[in-house]
Design a protein around this ligand. Sequence first.
Ligand code: HEC
Ligand code: HEC
Ligand code: HEC
Length: 425
Amino acid sequence: MRQSLKIALLTAAGVVAAMRGLLSHEQSPAHASASQERHERSGGAGRKRWLWTLAKHFALFLVVMAIGGFLVAASGVIPIKASSGHWAITRWFLQFSKGRSVATHTWGLEAPTSLDEPRLVLKGAGAYETNCRACHGNPSLRNPRVAQAMTPQPPYLPQTIPQWESGELFYIVKHGIKFTGMPAWLAQQRDDEVWAMVAFLRKFPELDAEGYRRLVSGEANLNREVAPIQGLLGPETMPRAITVSCARCHGMDGLGRGIGAFPKLAGQSPAYLYASLQAFARKERHSGVMEPNAVGLNDEEMRELALYYSSLPKLPPSTPSPESSLAIERGAAIAQQGIPTQRVPSCVACHGPGDIPRNPVYPELAGQYSDYLALQLELFKQLQRGGTAYTHLMHSVAAHLTPEQMRDVALYYESLTSARERPAQ
Ligand code: HEC
Ligand code: HEC
Ligand code: HEC
């Protein structure tokens, strides 16, 4: 209190001094006679002087307004309490400026891919449940209780989404909105994830409660009694985090829900799974979808989850379509021999297939979704993917691959049967 009084007094003294200075400057006889002389010399000088005086008074007005505003803020009379909401006019003004700002900043911004792709919608839905539902609700609970007490209140998005272009939604979700509680996307490097969220938002208004549940959790029977998977591990041995979160996206069976939105974890090397969880939690591997699920885990839980998922069986890959068989052949050549003219090394020494002993932190690629593999190669190339202590090895591998070559080699690895499924010899 004493401090704001001091600030207010000091500022007031400053204003008085500044005003006195300006006014006395205006009335100074020397200044007056000099301008008189100039006036006599040129006929248009009168108008100029008039303009100059106007500008000076306007500047003075602005200074007084700014200082007045500061004094009001310093006095502490402006309420910042969320409990009283906004006046209607404040609300209108904030909505108006938000709309204008978003429109101006997204002029000509278009989605780089089709937003109808089920893979994108599924990934966005999974992330919505983790990152957004607590504020924006879902069809079964449109206005979560805590969010109702915010100013401004987070809207129930299916009602407001149709008014926004996709580029505008992208901008809002990526950057958030200042002074409202609307956060920015956690991984600013990952525009691909923000577009996945926009793909989901576009579908959101069509969903009823059951449609939402199916999209977000699939068959995962979250927080309910879990049936043992293929008689392998019963719910009593399954780490708790799986039913609380992981299964929603990666599936109870660790097979990533079928369409390449989420990677398969089943049968992956446990050392790699553990190192990846650590990398997400430390923000060394960037993903606004996955990071929030890793940060809450302690070291023991990470080890347990890594062991659990690595112990699950991978399913044999589905038969590749005839159209992709040529691509798979080209991919096989890249994996086996590399592309010497582009300084791309072969992949097999680090990723198999083959019986060469490998560092257990190098991930298994066999049977993984090609969409996921190709996306990771693109991220390595853009230097946007961190991970284990060996990530740098991949930065130079991916640097010279073209998007077509990434696609081919990804399709090749997807078509392979992983070592763990091969019958024991
Ligand atoms: C902590 C609460 C909070 C979280 C979490 C949150 N938001 Fe928001 N969001 C808000 C608030 C508050 C607004 C309203 C801002 C306003 O009125 O200007 C908002 C506004 C929006 C808008 C603009 C809607 C409109 O019509 O004005 C979109 C789109 C949006 N959020 C999407 C998301 C998405 C997607 C996520 C998750 C990645 C998310 N939000 C997470 C609080 C939140
Ligand atoms: C909201 C969906 C979602 C949830 C929930 C989720 N994940 Fe993920 N996870 C992802 C996505 C998406 C990726 C790929 C991230 C990327 O693009 O780098 C991923 C990647 C991973 C990876 C790296 C796989 C690889 O091949 O590099 C591991 C390990 C992982 N998740 C484990 C977990 C565990 C354990 C849990 C539960 C504690 C969990 N995830 C919960 C979506 C999710
Ligand atoms: C010198 C060893 C080495 C070579 C050669 C190599 N990789 Fe890798 N690769 C790695 C390592 C290590 C990682 C784990 C990166 C991390 O997360 O830190 C990795 C990760 C990957 C991933 C991500 C997997 C996932 O689950 O997220 C893909 C995709 C990949 N490599 C593809 C390739 C392809 C294609 C080639 C050949 C053109 C190749 N790699 C050659 C070492 C190598």
